[in-house]
Design a protein around this ligand. Structure first.
Ligand SMILES: C[S@@+](CC[C@H](N)C(=O)[O-])C[C@H]1O[C@@H](n2cnc3c(N)ncnc32)[C@H](O)[C@@H]1O
Length: 278
C-alpha cells in the first residue's frame, strides 16, 4: 500500500513530465479532494497514512485527466472567489484571481451601496453574486450571451441563496436590459484572435465565447462603452487585457466618460479601467 507522501511524490514527478504547472500543488488538491479533506494542508498531518485501493482508483482517474490538460478547477468542480464557493465547469470561464481584485476594487469605491448594478458577461456569475452578497440592499442584474454560462450562474445563485437577489438576462451586451444602473461591471472576452492558438491547453478548455475578443481584443468592449451610456449614472468598471488599457482609456474619454483611471493587477500591469458617466 502506498502512503500519502509516496503518492504525492510519485504523482508530482508524473505531472512534471506531463507538463502540468505547479505539479505538487495539483496533486495535493486532487488528493485532498478525493479524501474529502476540508483543506489541502490537512495532508501534511497525514503523510504516513496508507491509501486503500478504494481511495486510489478515483484519484488515478483524476490524475490521468489532469495530465491530459483538463484544468484542476474542472476536476475539483468548485473555486473559491472572494470567500465563497462557486461551482465551475466547462459551461463558463474559470474565475480568475484578477477578477477577485476587480470585485475588491469595486467594493472599495462605494461608501454606500449602489442601488442598481449590472454585470455584463457574467459567466459563472461570480461578480454579480459577490456584489449581491456584499451589498444586500442592491438590486443586481446579470447578462450573458451564453445560455450555458447562464445555467451555471443560476446554479451558483441558488447554492449561495442569492437567486432572489440577482436577475439573469440572456442577450448581447446591453440589448436585454432596461433602466439605469449606478454601477456597470464587465469582464468581457479580450483575447486577440491571433493569440487564441497560443493559450495554454488549460485555458483552451474555457469556452472560446468567453475568451476571443476580435483582432485587437476589444470587439466587445468598445461597443459596450458606447451602449452603456444610455443605462449608466455612475461607475463603469472593466477588466481588460493590459495592451488595451491606453487605447480603451482614450475611447472612454472620446465617449464622454469622466474620472478615467487605469489600474493594475498583482503583476503591476494595467488590467482594469474605471470611469464615470451621467
Ligand atoms: C471573460 S468571460 C468572464 C466571465 C465572468 N464575468 C468572470 O469574470 O469570470 C466573458 C463572458 O462574456 C460572455 N459574452 C461574450 N460575448 C458576449 C456578448 N456579446 N454579450 C454578453 N456576454 C457576452 C461570455 O459568454 C462569457 O461568459
Amino acid at each position: 500500500m502506498k502512503s500519502v507522501l509516496e503518492v504525492l511524490q510519485s504523482t508530482s514527478a508524473y505531472f512534471a513530465k506531463a507538463g502540468v504547472e505547479s505539479p505538487r500543488l495539483n496533486i495535493e488538491h486532487l488528493l485532498a479532494h478525493v479524501l474529502g479533506l476540508p483543506k489541502r494542508m490537512d495532508l501534511y498531518l497525514a503523510f504516513d497514512r496508507p491509501l486503500s485501493e478504494l481511495e486510489l482508483a478515483p484519484l488515478r482517474a483524476l490524475v490521468r485527466r489532469r495530465a491530459q490538460g483538463e484544468p484542476l478547477q474542472h476536476l475539483l468542480g468548485t473555486v473559491e472567489f472572494h470567500g465563497r464557493t462557486f461551482r465551475t465547469d466547462a459551461r463558463a470561464l474559470i474565475p480568475r484571481p484578477e477578477t477577485e481584485l476587480l470585485a475588491e476594487k469595486i467594493l472599495a469605491r462605494f461608501s454606500t451601496p449602489p442601488p442598481r448594478i449590472l454585470d455584463v458577461g457574467t459567466g459563472s456569475g461570480i461578480l454579480a453574486l459577490t456584489l449581491a452578497a456584499q451589498w444586500p440592499e442592491a438590486e443586481v442584474h446579470a447578462v450573458d450571451i451564453s445560455e450555458a454560462a447562464l445555467s451555471l450562474a443560476k446554479e451558483n445563485a441558488a447554492s449561495l441563496q442569492l437567486d432572489s437577489r440577482v436577475t439573469f438576462h440572456h442577450g448581447s451586451l446591453m440589448t436585454a436590459v432596461s433602466g439605469v444602473f449606478a454601477c456597470i461591471v464587465a469582464n468581457l472576452p479580450y483575447v486577440p484572435t491571433g493569440e487564441m492558438a497560443s493559450l495554454s491547453r488549460e485555458v483552451q478548455r474555457d469556452p472560446a465565447l468567453a475568451l476571443e475578443g476580435g483582432p485587437d481584443g476589444t470587439d466587445l468592449i468598445r461597443p459596450l462603452l458606447l451602449a452603456a451610456r444610455a443605462h449608466l449614472q455612475g461607475l463603469l468598471a472593466l477588466e481588460i487585457g493590459h495592451a488595451q488599457s491606453a487605447p480603451l482609456a482614450e475611447a472612454l474619454a472620446a465617449a464622454g466618460y469622466r474620472d478615467i483611471s487605469q489600474e493594475s493587477d498583482y503583476n503591476h500591469r494595467n488590467r482594469f479601467l474605471f470611469a464615470t458617466y451621467g
